[in-house]
Design a protein around this ligand. Structure first.
Ligand code: AMP
Ligand code: ZN
Length: 114
């Protein structure tokens, strides 16, 4: 079976520019961006989805959201606003089974999500 693509990115086996790179969390640009700024923020350990998060992942969750806040500021979109999305499971539209936050900005988004 092919190994998880986000695990491979987190381990540096697929050469992408890491915008966040700490022992627990990595962030990189989405390969198929849906907004002028579209960044994926992932835990380095393999967690299949939001639904698989455990109580003991609290510090990790803090860092995932800290990365979203901080990257939004660095990308210059914190003031105008941005959207953070976690697609979860089949009906949630999740296509890569490794927990990730989408940080999207640079345009206005509609609601409700499609
Ligand atoms: P989701 O549909 O929420 O699971 O989102 C998965 C996202 O991962 C999509 O937006 C894809 O464009 C993106 N993606 C898949 N493979 C890669 C990759 N190798 N590098 C960067 N982004 C990727
Ligand atoms: Zn993985």
């Amino acid at each position: 079976m092919q190994e998880c693509v986000f695990c491979r990115i987190a381990r540096g086996e697929i050469p992408v520019q890491l915008l966040w790179d700490t022992p627990a969390v990595a962030a990189f640009r989405d390969a198929n961006p849906q907004a002028p700024i579209h960044i994926l923020i992932v835990p380095k350990k393999h967690i299949p989805s939001l639904d698989a998060l455990q109580e003991e992942d609290g510090a990790l969750v803090d860092e995932l959201f800290k990365a979203a806040r901080e990257l939004a500021r660095r990308e210059g979109c914190a003031e105008r606003g941005y959207r953070v999305v976690i697609n979860t499971g089949a009906d949630g539209g999740q296509t890569v089974p490794h927990l990730h936050l989408h940080l999207m900005a640079g345009r206005e988004f509609g609601w409700p999500a499609g």
